[in-house]
Write a protein that binds this ligand. Structure first.
Ligand SMILES: C[S@@+](CC[C@H](N)C(=O)[O-])C[C@H]1O[C@@H](n2cnc3c(N)ncnc32)[C@H](O)[C@@H]1O
Ligand SMILES: [Zn+2]
Length: 403
């Protein structure tokens, strides 16, 4: 006998995230149903993406304050609607939120969640393919101030239509969860999807972010648009990027000046960044002569704007979002490392290379500071740091820190 869940094909349960209550499919009950498989979960909700959504709320609020008027926002792949409905309830200065999902079950559940939260006046809902939905918003008077693309895997299939549906100076937020291609496990897949090779190094998650940013810069440039990365961060299973889009062929040319390659020596950990505009093809390490690995073309420019990060930091204090400390730590580190050069070192990786035990990070840092090199801690790795020192100096500092 089939069970009766009203208008839904599955049981629901109510949960709270941030200041928002909403229904999700009740997985615990579903596990008792015949034919249950996680891949068959009818509408998507991932509790481990809460931090991603918390930071999105902080960034969107900070952006709204810079624009200082009501915003029109959209989420074309909305799942159960938690992100968009949280925007409606937790971000001030939003006049309209347009949610969309291709899945009819998601559509029904979002509708239910909109009603539950009494946000019918501000939240509009459609049940279409995301590219079709975005294309219907490409006329200038229909465009959005902020578009949040949070898909399964890669966001690249939605870049063109999202860019065309954004107002001048609007913000595009992108999540990518396909870290295997982006972090160098499948470099050819990264070339196919992102137009650049990935590379498996200790800083491959930064390369991943830079590949996504580079891909966005090329996509925007086709429409005579430049990009400015205002905030970005990584987490274990995804990378996340917030880019402001600026109209003008000159702006597009300017942003393409940030494209280049990263070269990496797997023998001595030497690394170099080379801009595409001054392309010199580097094949051998200038320290040890080994053949270098390379990543790119990718974005070598800033992956966060310090002033904007300060505004996000203010929102962390004001909003007091549940997982405040994690969000605060990420925002502070992203701000602090916003002026640092590309790539970082990880002490454990250096020790592995040197075949020595791992000294305390603080001792390595104090060795580096003795030589007046700059150090930036990085949110990418809790035992990592960025520096203006060459790899051989960093290796030397690690050796000295052992005694
Ligand atoms: C990762 S989930 C979204 C999660 C949501 N953004 C959140 O924060 O909880 C991806 C969603 O995209 C939807 N989807 C997949 N392909 C789509 C397409 N071509 N157009 C619109 N929605 C799509 C799926 O039904 C799924 O609900
Ligand atoms: Zn070398």
């Amino acid at each position: 006998m089939s069970e009766n869940f009203g208008e839904f094909l599955f049981p629901l349960k109510k949960i709270v995230e941030g200041m928002t209550e909403f229904f999700i499919p009740d997985f615990s009950q579903m596990k008792t149903l015949k034919n249950y498989a996680p891949s068959k979960v009818p509408v998507f909700y991932n509790p481990s993406m809460k931090l991603n959504r918390d930071i999105a709320i902080l960034v969107l609020q900070a952006y709204q304050r810079t624009i200082n008027r009501n915003l029109v926002v959209s989420e074309p792949l909305a799942g159960c609607g938690v992100r968009g409905i949280r925007f409606a309830k937790e971000v001030n200065g939003i006049s309209e939120i347009h949610l969309n999902d291709i899945n009819p079950e998601a559509f029904k559940l979002i509708k239910r969640n909109i009603k539950l939260n009494n946000v019918e006046d501000a939240v509009f809902l459609t049940n279409e393919d995301a590219n079709l939905f975005l294309s219907q918003h490409d006329a200038p008077h229909k465009r959005f101030d902020y578009i949040d693309i949070d898909p399964f895997g890669t966001p690249v299939h939605f870049l063109d239509s999202a860019i065309r549906a954004l107002k001048n100076k609007g913000v595009l937020a992108l999540t990518a969860t396909d870290l295997a291609p982006l972090c160098g496990v499948y470099p050819t897949a990264a070339l196919r999807k992102y137009g650049g090779f990935s590379l498996r190094t200790e800083y491959s998650q930064e390369i991943a972010l830079r590949l996504l940013a580079g891909c966005l810069a090329f996509a925007a440039a086709k429409h005579d648009l430049g990009i400015n990365i205002i905030f970005s961060h990584k987490n274990n299973h995804y990378i996340r990027l917030y880019a402001q889009i600026n109209q003008g062929a000159k702006k597009a040319n300017q942003s393409l000046k940030n494209i280049g390659f990263i070269y990496h020596c797997f023998k001595c950990l030497n690394r170099k960044a080379a801009l595409l505009t001054r392309l010199l093809v580097v094949t051998d390490c200038d320290e040890c002569g080994s053949t270098l690995g390379s990543a790119g073309p990718l974005w070598l420019g800033k992956i966060a704007d310090k002033d904007f990060c300060e505004l996000v930091e203010i929102e962390v204090c004001k909003k007091r979002i549940g997982d405040e400390n994690r969000a605060r730590k990420i925002v502070r580190l992203v701000k602090d490392e916003s002026d640092a050069p590309p790539t970082y070192f990880v002490v454990d990786c250096i020790c592995d290379k040197l075949g020595v035990p791992i000294p305390p990070l603080t001792k390595v840092i104090s060795q580096m500071c003795k030589n007046n090199y700059k150090i930036w801690f990085t949110h990418f790795h809790n035992r990592g740091f960025k520096t203006d020192a060459p790899a051989k100096i960093v290796m030397e500092a690690v050796r000295k820190a052992l005694y």
